[in-house]
Design a protein around this ligand. Structure first.
Ligand code: FAD
Length: 392
């Protein structure tokens, strides 16, 4: 039984495993243990919302089992092992049946799906933020003709596209008239909504779902303004929150996420955080590109070369193959400025740029305009972090 590792990483999501991979690219002698409360399968989570379109089963999405990760990277992975407590003074993490000592510890505890306020859990009301959640969805899909998706953000939009292409009848309830509120300007959000409506989506604008109740085989959904309707399955996609429970309970500094300095270091000595659970430069960025930047820098710092985390402009692709969208969302803690729709010689696409006092802070490219991604990236500043954010 392992009782000590030089580096202990809590979490086997993309953040935890990418960090282990980056450390191994630098050096091979430090012992690394990844502790995870699930079965430690490695998979690209973004594929979950396009798997039906690409006809990929969970087995095709998973790229390695825990055992394969151990063999490939010479690491140890402890599965089905939730960390219940951390003792920073003793440098130990507590698991159900043993404790594990560390020299350096990394929190990569990810995120949790938000719950709809005041709505109780019922069978058939799901959210997808892991491959286990996705498997539950797949189990229920054969019996689900009428599906409601709650929320018109990135994940809701991608799942509606995927489920429509798989032949389901899909409705979406949105608190805004347009899709992707806060990520793209209204004109592009409306274009995205209309594209999905053309594919067969029933769009419902409503102030919010008030209740979901199981009645025999159906789910009754009570809206704020619209009449109650019945569905076979309801997918809640109203966002995620960083999983900071263990960090808070152990005494780390948290705000939205676990607060770190520019090196990914937390308040306790030799403790780091990255991925969906972390708040770095005041930003909690829940995408893959920031995780890559964090993993590269933290791996160097952990192995003796202090390296600040660098955030260049990091594009996000909204994965709807029939209506592609590429965006660089505005990443400031306090957003000022506005979207401007740009002239576009190619009239089948759409381009919007976000300017704050003439400085380009973000952009959104829709349809054929996504081909201009590199040209727009070149116009962005080298770092999205302003000087006052990077001050220690
Ligand atoms: C459907 C979907 C589509 C997405 N599409 C995109 C996209 O197109 N582009 C993009 O950039 N991003 C996308 N994202 C976001 C991206 O996938 C996430 O930012 C990323 O996967 C987060 O990885 P993580 O390792 O930080 O967190 P997680 O994947 O949540 O991993 C957290 C890990 O911590 C473990 N854990 C938590 N608490 C404990 C504990 N106490 N003890 C032990 N283990 C613990 C969990 O078991 C898990 O292994 C998408 C997300 C979803 C859900």
């Amino acid at each position: 039984m392992n009782t000590h590792a030089d580096i202990v990483i809590i979490g086997s999501g993309m953040a935890g495993y990418m960090l282990a991979q980056n450390i191994r690219q630098i050096e091979s002698s430090k012992s690394i243990t990844v502790v995870t409360q699930n079965d430690g399968r490695f998979y690209p989570k973004p594929m979950l919302s396009t798997a039906l379109y690409h006809k990929k089963s969970p087995d095709h999405i998973v790229t390695a089992t825990a055992q394969e990760m151990m063999d490939k990277y010479n690491i140890h992975v402890m599965t089905n092992a939730p960390v219940t407590e951390v003792d920073f003074a003793q440098k130990k993490v507590q698991l159900p049946n043993q404790s594990l000592a560390y020299d350096q510890l990394v929190f990569a505890t990810g995120s949790k799906s938000n719950k709809i306020p005041k709505v109780k859990d019922v069978e058939g009301l799901l959210s997808v933020n892991s491959i286990e959640d996705y498997e539950t969805l797949l189990d229920q899909l054969p019996h689900a003709q009428e599906i409601l998706i709650i929320g018109s953000g990135l994940v809701g939009i991608e799942f509606s596209h995927d489920l429509l292409t798989a032949g389901h009848r899909v409705s979406m309830v949105s608190q805004t008239e347009e899709a992707l509120w806060g990520l793209v300007p209204k004109a592009i959000g409306l274009k995205c909504r209309d594209h999905l409506i053309d594919m067969g989506l029933e769009w419902i604008t409503d102030a919010g779902v008030r209740d979901v109740q199981r009645q025999d085989k159906k789910l009754s959904v009570h809206f704020s303004e619209q009449p109650t309707k019945q569905y076979d399955l309801v997918l809640s996609a109203i966002g995620i929150a960083p999983n900071t429970d263990l960090a808070k309970q152990s005494g780390l500094n948290t705000k939205r996420g676990i607060i770190t300095d520019t090196y990914g270091r937390c308040r306790a000595k030799d403790v780091f955080a990255l991925g969906d659970c972390a708040e770095i430069y005041g930003l909690n960025l829940t995408y893959v590109a920031p995780i890559k930047q964090q993993a590269q820098a933290i791996a160097k710092t952990l192995t003796g070369t202090k390296t600040p985390i660098h955030y260049p402009a990091m594009p996000v692709v909204v994965k709807m193959p029939t209506f592609p969208l590429t965006l660089v969302p505005v990443r400031e803690p306090k957003i000022t400025g506005q979207w401007e729709i740009q002239d576009n010689a190619d009239d089948s696409g759409m381009i919007a740029a976000f300017y704050d006092e003439k400085k380009l802070k973000g952009f959104a490219l829709a349809g054929t305009a996504t081909r201009q991604r590199n040209d727009w990236l070149a116009k962005m500043p080298g770092s999205i972090v302003s000087e006052d954010q990077s001050a220690p």
